[in-house]
Design a protein around this ligand. Structure first.
Ligand code: NAG
Ligand code: NAG
Length: 808
């Protein structure tokens, strides 16, 4: 407990000062009383000052360590590693096209690379999911998160299907088999390079002597303390294997495997191909300090070709799956998966075509197949730390927003992911939430973005690595837990299987909730303000990253007088969820209920956020619409011109009504308004106006009439939440519309009609864009419906599955 030690130091210093003053006090007789008095006063002042400095330094030390001190209570994750055998092995490397690892901090990793042989192709080696590879499509078509999955990657002219099936049993994680099936257009016999590798993660220090990898008789062999001895064999099932080479090598980190592989390729003469790049011995191993930690096998094959990669552990007598038996088991798993999917979401029963159902399955499967297992320490700072400091090392089992662009954990995204994952498997979702809640610190803060391990760090621009403990992120993970408990009460009743985990979560949820209440408070009672907005003079409107809505326009000049209507509504929803969970767990719900009812008080809400003038809800702050980006001539010769913000009209304290969009809808989106509210009536009345937020593709984030609609924020930042259609907020809108449609009130009929129209628009466009482009996208244009931002984005866009199922 670092913080106790620091307090101890402070007290000790204080003690020393007292000693000094009392020992010198014994020379009293040699000086006059007056001098003594002055001296005594002087000493008291010095003593007191020293005391204050000591307290100050001690307190600073104490405050400095708070940001990376874990919350002091039982962890929620009580079982991990081999004690959860069914989730031990998995495709827990979402950032690579195909990879396997176990839920172990030092798990060995396995993975696939490939490249084309034809000299005309300069595509390079495929390994990490990368948008620049321009694959026509890829993603899991089926994945149950536990026992199997099947993925198609279209890398013209080839299709590469990867699947895996696990064989449970034994004490060391069981067996698994990965099948790689490569076909080419027109079934031509085309040579193709496949690489399968094993590697040891040394980010926590050298793996040897406890863990080792080597090659014997054409197989990868290895040993780790958890897995004991294991063996990976290559079994060609269909087609011709033309040439094999391998290397035992040393790689400086998991983030450099491809670079290492390039350096191992040496060109040889080959009877058929003339020249062939083959794997060669690693010269770096001549250095005695370095051990083998990377073993790639390269196979030149003629397509069509099917390879079984068979991982077997020594302690399990059952033979691992391969060949015809694998085909049989995979087919069986696929059909029971399809049946379970229909059972859960009822899409065929709702009349969707087989093609559309396949897309919904793929959306959910790539979210579940994108679940990763990360281990490491992020970097954080607070106002008391001089330099960023490391968070504690921790595991994170989490889904990711995008396997190519955001292959790591994001706090508010995970709340949305949980809605879908929890519908498929409440156990997996509780395990994910448990890992996130174990990342809470003693202050009640959870870092927004989780960059754990070398592979994750290598993909994040430097300026986004350090997380500040001032920054919040919407507490939707808390709302997701309450929703899950409401939907499946049997899992959470006193003897329910998920009850113990929820019990352990409660103190952490309470700390998180309390942190929101105290750290994001606004100046006015019951108002709230997102922290972390910074005006650097370059942005047209300073970003609010904490809100999750990044560049959505807020008050143009960040100030402490600001208050944010979306945050106030999030806190209503958080209080409501806490009250529900407290009741369920037989704890005192009173204070959550009091806050909830206060935040639901429409008169208070209207005083803070309703504009009688525009008849809309809005943020409040120091604002002007008179801003634009201008090119500033260089101050000194040789400098390049800069684009900066110019303010043409001075800002005033007022409601930011010109930024009409998602933020204005929050009192409806999070169901704060009563069903009979006239303000709700007004929101619904405006909702389907095409010149405001309604588009044939879903609700756009910012009104067409807003001055910042589709405006760049800086020279380098294109619009992001300034007009595009985002699926997560549309999901909230559908959920709210259904809620108000079901509540008997004067607006029920309108809400029902809006729900039907919005749902149809969203589903139609997301499905047709998938058919057109092969992907789900981060966002969609409200002008023509086209997917934009990154791809594949099977984070919250995959909620299309729940929207089709009408499960909110
Ligand atoms: C390999 O993929 C092709 C094309 O999808 C398919 O027709 C074939 O059945 C697959 N082979 C195996 C063994 O899975
Ligand atoms: C590859 O997959 C796509 C999408 O399923 C399919 O349309 C195409 O026919 C496949 N091509 C080959 C060579 O299997």
């Amino acid at each position: 407990m670092v913080r106790h030690r620091k307090i101890g130091n402070a007290h000790q210093k204080h003690g020393n000062n007292n000693d000094t003053s009392s020992s010198s006090g014994s020379s009293e007789s040699s000086i006059t009383k007056k001098t003594f008095k002055i001296l005594s006063l002087w000493k008291t002042i010095v003593g007191f000052t020293c005391f204050m400095i000591a307290v100050y330094v001690g307190t600073l030390g104490y405050l400095e360590t708070r940001v990376n001190t874990p919350f002091d209570d039982e962890k929620v994750v009580s079982d991990s590693g081999l004690s959860v055998p069914e989730r031990y092995w998995g495709t827990y490397r979402p950032g690579v096209y195909m990879g396997m690892k176990s839920r172990e901090p030092r798990s060995p990793v396995f993975g696939l690379m490939w490249y084309e042989l034809s000299a005309a192709s300069h595509k390079g080696i495929r390994h990490w999911c990368d948008q620049n590879d321009n694959l026509a499509s890829y993603g899991w078509l089926r994945h149950d998160g536990v026992t199997f999955g099947e993925q198609l990657m279209v890398d013209q002219p080839h299709n590469i299907t990867t699947s895996f099936v696990k064989t449970p049993g034994g004490e060391h994680g069981g067996h698994w088999t990965v099948r790689i099936n490569v076909t080419a257009n027109g079934n031509a016999k085309v040579p193709f390079m496949l690489i399968w590798y094993g590697a040891l993660d040394e980010s926590l220090g050298p793996a040897a002597p406890h863990s080792r990898l080597w090659v014997e008789h054409g197989a990868i062999l290895g040993h780790t303390p958890q897995l004991r001895n294991f063996r990976v064999t290559f079994v060609p099932y269909k087609g011709r294997l033309l040439h094999t080479s391998y290397s035992e090598a040393y790689a400086p980190g998991l983030h450099l495997l491809k670079e290492k592989l390039y350096s191992l390729l040496k060109v040889e003469r080959h009877s058929t191909f003339g020249r062939l790049a083959v794997l060669s011995p690693d010269a770096e191993l001549n250095d005695e300090e370095k051990d083998v930690n990377f073993v790639p096998f390269q196979m030149l094959v003629e397509t069509p070709f099917v390879l079984d990669v068979v991982y077997a552990t020594e302690d399990l007598p059952a033979p691992p799956l391969k060949g015809d038996e694998y085909t049989r088991v995979l087919e069986q798993k696929k059909s029971s998966f399809d049946a379970e999917f229909e059972d859960k979401f009822q899409l065929a029963a709702k009349g969707y075509s087989e093609e559309d159902i396949a897309i919904a399955r793929a959306a959910m499967s790539n979210m579940i197949g994108g679940i990763g297992y990360f281990y490491g320490a992020g970097r954080v700072r607070s106002q008391y730390t001089r330099e960023p400091v490391p968070y504690w090392r921790a595991p994170l089992y989490t889904a990711v927003p995008s396997r190519s662009f955001f292959p790591r954990g994001f706090l508010w995204d995970e709340g949305f992911h949980g809605l879908l994952i929890g519908s498929w498997s409440p156990e997996i979702q509780m395990d994910i939430a448990a890992h996130w809640l174990d990342l809470i610190n003693v202050e009640g803060w959870i870092p927004r973005e989780q960059i754990l391990g070398a592979e994750a760090l290598a993909r994040v621009p430097k300026e986004f690595v350090v997380q500040s403990n001032a920054a919040a992120n919407p507490p939707i993970l808390l709302m997701q837990l309450a929703r899950q408990a409401r939907r499946r009460p049997e899992l959470f009743e006193p003897h329910g299987p998920l009850r113990p985990a929820l019990d352990r979560m409660f103190p952490r949820l309470q700390a998180w909730y309390q942190w929101f209440q105290s750290s994001q408070k606004g100046e006015e009672p019951t108002s709230y303000r997102w922290r972390g907005r910074e005006d650097d003079g370059m942005q047209l409107n300073p970003k609010t990253l904490a809100s999750g809505l990044d560049d959505y326009p807020r008050a143009s000049h960040p100030s402490e007088a600001e208050r944010h209507v979306d945050l106030r509504c999030w806190l209503y929803a958080a209080a409501d969820s806490m009250a529900y969970l407290a009741r369920l767990l037989h704890r005192d719900p009173t204070r959550f209920e009091v806050t909830r009812d206060q935040l639901a008080d429409e008169e208070l809400l209207n005083e803070l956020h309703w504009s009688p003038h525009t008849q809309t809800y809005a943020d409040y702050g120091l604002h002007t619409d008179g801003v634009r980006l201008v090119r500033q001539p260089p101050k000194h010769p040789g400098e390049s011109p800069r684009v900066v913000r110019s303010v043409t009209v001075p800002p005033q304290l007022k409601l930011v009504t010109s930024a009409f969009g998602y933020v204005s809808l929050f009192p409806m989106l999070l169901k704060v308004l009563r069903p009979e509210s006239d303000k709700l009536g007004k929101i619904l009345q405006d909702l389907d106006k095409p010149d405001l937020l309604w588009s044939p593709y879903g609700l756009r984030s910012l009104s067409k009439s807003s001055p910042l609609y589709m405006k760049r924020n800086t020279e380098h930042d294109p619009p992001y939440w300034r007009g595009q259609v985002w699926v997560n907020v549309n999901f909230l809108a559908l959920s709210a519309l259904r809620h108000y449609a079901a509540a008997a009130g004067p607006h029920a009929a309108r809400a029902a009609a809006l729900h039907a129209g919005l749902r149809q628009n969203l589903v139609r466009n997301i499905l047709s864009e998938y058919k057109r482009t092969g992907y789900l996208w981060e966002q969609y244009s409200s002008e023509d419906g086209k997917g934009s931002g990154c791809r594949p984005f099977t984070g919250w866009t995959a909620l299309v599955t729940l929207i089709m199922a009408e499960e909110y």
